[in-house]
Design a protein around this ligand. Structure first.
Ligand code: MN
Length: 228
C-alpha cells in the first residue's frame, strides 16, 4: 500500500567494494578549484580564495562503467576526483571531528559540459546546466574506511586511451577533506548519504566517443569508463 500519489523514484545508490548492499546517496557536494594547478589552468589565482561548492544530483551518479556523451554540448571535459561518502553528519562540525563522519572513499569523475559552464560563468548564471546533467558523475565502488583509511596523500590520475592526462597528488588539495566537511557543515546540515567530490588536479580536457577513461587514486579501487 503506497502513501505516495505517484510511484516513488528509486533511492540513488552506489556500490561498495566487497558488499552486496549499496550506499544510498542523499546529496552530492562538489568543491571547485581545490588543486592550485587546476585553479591556474582555469584562469584563477589559487591563493587565499575561500572554498566554493556546487551540487550535482544524487541520480547523476553512475556506476555502470559507461558515459553517454551528453546532449547540447560539444566540449565535455573529464575531471578526476576523490569521492568522500558520509555515514553521519550534523552542523558546525569541528575540523578535528570531521573524519569520524566518513563512511568511505572512492574514485569519481565530475564530467562537465565546459562550453555550457563557460557561458554560465560569463553571464553570472548557476552551473547546473554544465555540471548536473544525466550520468554526469561516473563513480567506482566505495571502499570503507576500515579498508582504505583516510587517504590524504598519493597519486590521483586520469588516463585517456592509456595516456595520462591528469596527474596530481591528494596532498595538493587546497582544502583538505576534514576542512571541506567542517566548512560545508557551517552552511548546510550534513547527513548520512551525503557525498563530497573533492576537486580535480590540473590537466582537464575534452573527451570523445570511444575514449577509455581510467581514473585512479592511490589506495582506492580504480574507475574505468568508456565514453559512448
Ligand atoms: Mn570538479
Amino acid at each position: 500500500m503506497s502513501d505516495f500519489v505517484i510511484a516513488p523514484p528509486p533511492v540513488p545508490a552506489i556500490p561498495v567494494l566487497g558488499e552486496t548492499a549499496l550506499f544510498p546517496v542523499r546529496r552530492v557536494y562538489c568543491i571547485g578549484r581545490n588543486y592550485a594547478a587546476h585553479a591556474v589552468e582555469m584562469g584563477h589565482d589559487p591563493d587565499k580564495e575561500p572554498p566554493f561548492f556546487f551540487q550535482k544530483n544524487p541520480d547523476n551518479l553512475d556506476a555502470s562503467g559507461t558515459f553517454p556523451y551528453p546532449v547540447q554540448s560539444s566540449d565535455v571535459h573529464h575531471e578526476v576526483e576523490m569521492v568522500v561518502a558520509l555515514k553521519s553528519g550534523g552542523t558546525n562540525i569541528p575540523v578535528e571531528d570531521a573524519l569520524t563522519h566518513v563512511y568511505g572513499y572512492g574514485v569519481g569523475l565530475d564530467m562537465t559540459r565546459r562550453d555550457l559552464q563557460g557561458i554560465a560563468k560569463k553571464m553570472g548564471r548557476p552551473w547546473e546546466i554544465g555540471k548536473a546533467f544525466e550520468r554526469s558523475a561516473p563513480v567506482g565502488p566505495l571502499m570503507p574506511v576500515s579498508e582504505c583509511g583516510h587517504p590524504d596523500t598519493g597519486a590521483i590520475t586520469l588516463g585517456v586511451n592509456g595516456e595520462i592526462r591528469q596527474q596530481g597528488d591528494l596532498n595538493q588539495m587546497i582544502w583538505k577533506v576534514p576542512e571541506m566537511i567542517s566548512y560545508l557543515s557551517d552552511y548546510f546540515e550534513l547527513a548520512p548519504g551525503d557525498i563530497i567530490m573533492s576537486g580535480t588536479p590540473s590537466g582537464v580536457g575534452p573527451v570523445v566517443r570511444g575514449d577509455e577513461l581510467a581514473a585512479r587514486v592511490e589506495g582506492l579501487e580504480p574507475l574505468l569508463v568508456k565514453v559512448v
